[in-house]
Design a protein around this ligand. Structure first.
Ligand SMILES: *Cc1c(COP(=O)(O)O)cnc(C)c1O
Length: 428
């Protein structure tokens, strides 16, 4: 390596060949080089540390480079790295199915693997459509919430309501109808409207992020109203697809957001914290009834969907280790503690005149700043820079600041997040 190569920073070398996700490169040309991560901390190439206040998109919930998970995966990779999951099976997948079933809502019986959150919802949508097709029904419309987010593949994009970036693709979407998230104000008219809509008998499935809509800036709705919507739809044969890619694995204070609801989903989508952020994997789980609609002497009734890395043994091992950690007293106690710290912080910050609204469920905390729309423009960038200068990685959405830090975040680390937010609230 020549001297000039040795000193050239990652952020510079990056510019030559890399195309980043969700990025307009003309206006955002520089990426920060990250060289190390440990627990709740990230380190950049200049050695500056940041508290990962969003667990790298809600995945590294047990902390980065968690030694317990790393050890399990390192052991697994000595014996079986990867094998086709069609015609073959292996211990990590079998064991994961046995362990996960124990904590999933009690009607969930079968697990279908894929690679990420988008593919987990894509599979959920295909399951719902083919379920009715196999049964000879003519249900070809999907129902979804306004402002929902379910991923970036075509089916997932179609059902996502946050479509500002989806313009070029809209002509190719599957058929979707949208309903507003239920509130105290709209619940009665909404139920009435749905009841009427059910007469047409052509809705195959309803996909929803239960209780918290992550990409819509952690918007929350209450279980009581969602319950009414779900039970009405279920009564009319609409398959319920709970997208718990964000809410799954303890973040809401229960294992799954669906645990707050009486009406259980027919299908569930999982990813993100599933493998603790170590290796990408998606899971679509379903009830016995859904599975049986595909179980037939007729081969074409099967679910012909499959990815090369389906049920990768290393990803399954990471998921198993994460699942074991999630159920320890230590992690459950961390979840309680962080929830209590957030409540305390909330008591203080919600009084501030610049804070319009706050909300919390488990370790998920969000606040909306009271800002004029004309100041909205580059607010996100300004906030982001302010936080990074304070050694805190948060990704504000519009005027919303939210925290979803790893379960292993220490009190001083969380305090650093709170104090960065206090100082920003004073600024606007
Ligand atoms: C992140 C997310 C997805 C998409 O997952 P990817 O792994 O990014 O494809 C789908 N649904 C929800 C609720 C998510 O938060």
């Amino acid at each position: 390596m020549s001297d000039s190569e040795a000193v050239e920073k990652l952020s510079e070398r990056d510019k030559k060949h890399l195309w980043h996700p969700l990025t307009q490169h003309k206006t955002h040309s520089t990426m920060l080089g990250i060289t190390k991560a440990q627990g709740a901390l990230l380190y950049d190439e200049d050695g500056k540390e940041y508290v990962d206040g969003i667990s790298s998109w809600y995945s590294c919930m047990y902390g980065h480079c968690n030694p317990f998970i790393l050890e399990r995966v390192m052991e697994q990779m000595q014996s079986l790295d990867q094998v086709v999951f069609s015609g073959f099976t292996h211990e990590p997948a079998v064991k994961l199915s046995e362990e996960l079933i124990k904590i999933l809502p009690e009607n969930q019986e079968k697990l279908f693997f894929s690679d990420n959150g988008s593919t987990s919802t894509e599979v959920g949508i295909k399951m719902a459509l083919q379920y009715h097709f196999n049964k000879g029904g003519k249900r070809n419309v999907m129902l979804a919430f306004e402002e929902g987010f379910h991923g970036d593949t075509f089916g997932a994009m179609s059902v996502s309501g946050l479509s500002v970036y989806n313009g070029p693709f809209e002509d190719f979407f599957i058929e979707v109808e949208r309903i507003p998230v239920p509130t105290s104000e709209n619940i009665e008219p909404l139920l009435k409207q749905l009841k009427k809509r059910m007469k047409k008998n052509n809705i195959a499935g309803f996909i929803y992020e239960p209780l918290v809509q992550g990409a819509a800036a952690m918007k929350m709705h209450c279980a009581e109203h969602l319950e009414k919507v779900l039970s009405l739809l279920k009564e009319h044969g609409v398959l319920l697809i709970a997208d718990e890619v964000m809410t799954g694995f303890g973040k809401t204070g229960r294992y799954f957001a669906s645990d707050y609801l009486e009406t259980k989903p027919d299908i569930m989508c999982l990813s993100k914290a599933l493998t603790a952020g170590l290796i990408p994997m998606g899971l679509t789980t379903c009830s016995e009834e859904v599975y049986m609609a595909f179980y037939s002497d007729d081969v074409t009734k099967g679910l012909f969907h499959g990815h090369t890395y389906t049920a990768n043994p290393l990803a399954c091992t990471a998921a198993l280790a994460a699942l074991e950690l999630l159920q320890t007293d230590a992690i459950q106690q961390n979840i309680q503690e962080i929830s209590a710290w957030h409540r305390e912080f909330d008591e203080e910050i919600k009084q501030h005149p610049q804070v319009a609204n706050t909300r919390q469920l488990g370790v998920i905390y969000a606040l909306d700043l009271n800002v004029q729309m004309e100041r909205y423009g580059n607010l996100r960038d300004k906030l982001f820079k302010h936080f990074m200068n304070h050694g805190v990685f948060l990704r504000p959405l519009g005027n919303t600041i939210y925290i979803l830090a790893p379960y292993v975040t220490t009190k001083p680390q969380m305090e650093r997040i709170y104090s960065a937010i206090r100082s920003v609230v004073g600024l606007v």
